[in-house]
Design a protein around this ligand. Structure first.
Ligand SMILES: C[S@@+](CC[C@H](N)C(=O)[O-])C[C@H]1O[C@@H](n2cnc3c(N)ncnc32)[C@H](O)[C@@H]1O
Length: 195
């Protein structure tokens, strides 16, 4: 993930935000995927530069201070919550869509970097081989289909089986490392596609 730098907010011609009218709100060419912002392509995302600029502006004017709370009642994938946390604010959010809630939690709650890396390695270690075995057992007709908990008709069966195995791994990792890591890894399932 790209590094976060505070400086890029200052896109105003003067080099500092004198007034919100000085800002080029198109943010053309700006990196919108830094840190966790690029974790999921949730539809209708707000670009992070918008809340980031507003938080910088209102902090510079003394309207907002570290420890204040920002609330987004339509949080989507959590852009505002992530930027709020990056600006030292508390973030509260809700959304009618449970996926949006999952994404907001996963993207905005800080996790120990080493734990994330260890969990990521555990998820991927031997996974490709396991999935090849699942596919081969499926094709041989020896796979136990009854263990499949989700049959939503969205994915064809071989991919459902594979995703189910990934999910079981994530369940195990979550039991070991906790809900925060579990949420982060579940986002990878929500972004799965059929090949
Ligand atoms: C454009 S997105 C919001 C983007 C978000 N503010 C951000 O920072 O990226 C709009 C969100 O509003 C949610 N929504 C729509 N109607 C809602 C309602 N009645 N209550 C809560 N959330 C709702 C949708 O599920 C969607 O995730």
């Amino acid at each position: 993930m790209a590094e976060y730098t505070r400086q890029t907010t200052l896109d105003a011609p003067s080099g500092k935000i004198a007034d919100l009218k000085d800002i080029d709100w198109t943010f053309e060419g700006a990196d919108t995927q830094y840190l966790t912002h690029g974790l999921h392509s949730y539809p209708a995302r707000m670009i992070p530069q918008i809340p980031r600029t507003l938080f910088d502006y209102y902090k510079s004017k003394g309207v907002l201070s570290e420890g204040d709370t920002v609330y987004d009642p339509f949080s989507g994938s959590g852009t505002t919550a992530v930027e709020g946390r990056l600006h030292g604010l508390n973030a509260e959010a809700n959304d009618v869509n449970p996926l949006a809630c999952l994404l907001t939690f996963a993207k905005s709650i800080p996790l120990p970097r080493e734990e994330v890396e260890t969990a990521r390695r555990e998820l991927l270690d031997g996974l490709a081989e396991e999935l090849r075995e699942v596919r081969s057992a499926y094709e041989d007709g020896t796979l136990e289909l009854d263990e499949l908990a989700v049959r939503d008709g969205w994915f064809p069966e071989p991919q459902q089986q594979e995703l189910w195995h990934v999910r079981r791994r994530i369940d195990g990792i979550e039991a070991e490392y906790g809900e925060g890591i579990g949420r982060l890894l579940r986002v990878s399932l929500s972004a799965s596609s059929v090949k």
